[in-house]
Design a protein. Structure first.
Lengths: 71, 71
């Protein structure tokens, strides 16, 4: 699976588990909601700095983020 | 630690464990040697696509890549 799509699906999955909206994740991660939306839909080749911001916002460590069948 | 620096140190650490040069890693990862050098020195906000190429080149899964005291 394309890594951009896998990362997007994982972010959406974790966001839903945390029961927060894209808006709330954008706010916590200090990123734009439309950016979060495009990342979740596999349309962004996200940078490590932004990925770290999102994983911090989702309260998940990077190794746990990637410890999933998607990767 | 700045995530760019941590990622760079981890790549260098794994590359040395695998006993390959930056040149060899660049070739396997289909990236430029000078890019590998700048990533290892924390000067690049690497994208997930390029990070995946490098982890494939290092024969390490992304969760194992981030499963380190650096992160």
């Amino acid at each position: 699976m394309d890594i951009k799509i896998a990362v997007g699906q994982r972010i959406k999955e974790l966001r839903k588990i945390r029961d927060i909206t894209q808006e709330q994740l954008a706010y916590i991660s200090e990123l734009d909601r439309t950016y979060i939306n495009s990342v979740e839909n596999g349309r962004r080749n996200i940078s490590i700095v932004n990925l770290e911001k999102i994983t911090i916002g989702l309260k998940v460590k990077l190794d746990d983020f990637f410890d999933d069948k998607l990767f």
